[in-house]
Design a protein around this ligand. Structure first.
Ligand code: 4AZ
Length: 241
């Protein structure tokens, strides 16, 4: 998170970190992506977090994955490390374009009570351009590899699809697809998600609207963040267990 400030998981208990086995016990708890709890045993993350080159292991090896919940400082104690029972990658996910960049993780035991966030449905006003939205994560705070030890958040705005369509017309930067992606950022630059925040939540009006997915750099004016639009897959998610 670039341009943010520390926040407590006590106030955002649905913000979780993903840890993989080759990093278990390592610095920062082995964190490599973010996630968000939408049910007592259900966590959403970015599908690209489960790619072999990101995960360091095959996605079928879900025993190598854990969700860290209720812990602010990743190198510290507290909270829980919960093994993942199953991982479902959205069938629409395209690793070349990052379309439908979404996966569901089911947990081997339930999260503490009241640590889930509701998702904003397709018609929700939370998706309207101009709406203030907050993004959470333990990722890079600078764009140059300075990873946060504690959870941070920053405030951006939902932007019109045309902004991302203009910034990301295709080619080397990838193409923005409004049906499965959501555009959000700071028009002036400076506030954004960054590397290591992927899969983490974008929250507007108290509801989950997006997951950190991709973008060009972090916080550069004219290069908004691209998020997975969660409304596009609500029904699919409900049936993954
Ligand atoms: C990444 O590399 C990444 N500024 C995530 C989000 C953004 C850029 C890069 C958005 O995981």
């Amino acid at each position: 998170i670039v341009g943010g400030k520390p926040v407590s998981v006590a106030d955002s208990p649905w913000a979780v970190a993903l840890s993989s086995r080759d990093r278990f016990g390592g610095t920062r708890g082995g964190q490599f992506c973010g996630g968000v709890a939408v049910g007592p045993t259900k966590v959403l993350t970015a599908a690209h977090c489960l790619r072999e080159d990101v995960l360091g292991t095959d996605v079928s090896e879900v025993r190598d994955l854990r969700v860290i919940a209720g812990r602010d400082e990743l190198s510290g104690p507290g909270g829980q490390e919960i093994p993942v029972r199953s991982a479902w990658v959205n069938p629409g996910y395209d690793p070349h374009t990052n379309a439908a960049d979404l996966a569901v993780l089911t947990l081997s035991r339930a999260l503490p009570a009241n640590s889930v966030i509701p998702m904003a449905g397709a018609g929700s006003t939370a998706y309207e351009p101009g709406t203030a939205a907050t993004v959470y994560g333990w990722g890079d705070t600078t764009g140059y590899g300075a990873y946060a030890s504690g959870l941070r958040a920053t405030t951006v705005r939902v932007l019109p699809d045309t902004e991302c369509a203009h910034a990301y017309p295709g080619g080397s930067q990838g193409a923005y697809d409004a049906s499965s992606m959501l555009c959000a950022g700071d028009p002036a630059g400076g506030r954004d998600a960054c590397q290591g925040d992927s899969g983490g939540p974008l929250v507007a009006r108290g509801r989950l609207v997006g997951l950190v997915s991709w973008g060009s750099g972090c916080g550069s004016p004219g290069s908004p963040g691209v998020y997975t639009r969660v409304s596009a897959a609500i029904r699919w998610m409900a049936d993954r267990n």
